[in-house]
Design a protein. Structure first.
Length: 401
């Protein structure tokens, strides 16, 4: 009998058990491939994720290794833009604000807003406050009361404003925003080489004072009058009998005359209040002027000027004792030169008062942006209504003389 033809094959006959296992594996893999594909596809929908290989699935007796989402990285949600509005600022401040560059702040997503109703913070200039508010404060908005003047030259805000003010900004270090508008001193990068003996030899007069306001809360005019009884003081400006040019270039010429001919310059403020200092305190450092400044306060002036670079009238019991000390220093070459050499270790950044204002306003804007950022991320910030103390002359200032 002839049987059916035999199939050609090489090797031994297939094992029935092995064939069953292969069939079972193909079935499992065929079933798992769509499952794994869908899982990977869903994972890829999150391009910001990082993955690592990990054994996560055991399905129908087979272990499958796939990618697992473990963490997220840089693709954060879009940042909020913070907005600061400056309500009714003077032209000087407006000029400084026009130079604001958010890229020079550590919080760059912060803009100056012209529409106060859209702002997160509204800055209110104390000297420009009308009696009644003419803008509406929206929910969640912060109002900052800002002043560069001493409390003697400001008034307590009207009640309608006061109830809505949240934060303070001023020359006071205890303000929510510290704004040292008129200057600061810093160590000089390179020393000065001078003939200090020659400088002192050319100085033939004792002291000079320049002023245009002759009746002040500090009583500086009375101090000058008393000092003049014991010391030769030349008085320039409205309050004196000598004149100096009103234009800046003319004043520079006068300033050179002062520095070359006088031993002491009276840098007297019109108000003596805690932390209150103006350009009168700093400009002699800006110009490397070889003259010793005499100040009438504040008592904590050493927070702003290095010791042994100036003389503070508040350190003396009477004008006569101050005058005697000035004559002693002026007549002793060693002591006088020691003041000049110490003073020459420092300088004031910026070339003019306007430069200083630009720097201060830019820092103030950046500080407000940082404040808004910290609030946004949930940082707890205290708001103790510091402005109520800062704008009170009975607390901050020496009584009127």
């Amino acid at each position: 009998m002839v049987g059916p033809p035999l199939e050609k094959f090489s090797g031994s006959a297939p094992d029935q058990s092995s064939m069953a296992q292969r069939t079972n594996m193909k079935w499992k893999v065929g079933f798992l491939v769509p499952f794994v594909a869908v899982f990977i596809f869903l994972s890829l929908l999150k391009p910001h994720s990082l993955f690592k290989w990990d054994k996560v699935v055991e399905f129908m007796g087979s272990t499958v290794t796939i990618q697992r989402n473990v963490t997220s990285v840089h693709s954060a949600p879009m940042r909020k833009t913070f907005r600061v509005a400056w309500y009714q600022q003077d032209p000087e401040i407006q000029t400084s604000l026009s130079k604001y560059d958010p890229q020079k702040c550590n919080i760059t997503n912060c803009l100056i807003e012209q529409n106060s109703s859209l702002a997160d913070i509204v800055v209110l200039r104390h000297s420009f406050l009308p009696y009644h508010p003419v803008i509406q404060k929206r929910r969640g908005q912060l109002w900052v009361l800002y002043s560069s003047e001493s409390p003697h030259h400001t008034h307590y805000p009207p009640e309608e404003w006061a109830d809505q003010i949240d934060l303070s900004a001023s020359y006071m270090e205890s303000s929510d925003f510290f704004v040292p508008l008129y200057g600061r001193v810093e160590l000089r990068r390179t020393g000065l080489l001078r003939n200090y003996t020659g400088i002192l030899t050319n100085k033939t007069r004792d002291a000079v004072w320049v002023s245009s306001h002759c009746s002040t809360p500090s009583g500086r005019e009375n101090l000058v009058r008393a000092l003049s009884e014991h010391l030769k003081v030349d008085k320039f400006g409205t309050c004196g009998d000598q004149k100096c040019g009103k234009q800046y270039d003319d004043f520079k010429k006068c300033e050179n005359t002062f520095v070359n001919n006088y031993k002491f310059y009276f840098s007297f403020e019109n108000s003596i209040c805690d932390n209150y200092t103006t350009e009168k305190l700093y400009f002699l450092f800006r110009d490397s002027a070889a003259i010793i400044p005499v100040v009438n306060g504040p008592r904590d002036v050493d927070k702003y000027l290095p010791k042994n670079t100036y003389i503070n009238s508040l350190d003396f019991a009477s004008p006569k004792m101050l005058a005697e000390k000035l004559k002693e220093i002026g007549n002793n070459e060693t002591i006088y030169i020691s003041f000049l050499t110490e003073k020459d270790k420092y300088t004031m950044p910026g070339q003019s008062v306007n430069d200083l204002i630009d720097l201060a306003i830019h820092k103030f804007q950046c500080d407000m942006c940082r404040y808004l950022h910290d609030l946004d991320i949930g940082k707890s910030l205290k708001r103790p209504k510091t402005w109520q103390r800062i704008f009170n002359p009975s607390v901050q200032c020496k009584p009127d003389n």
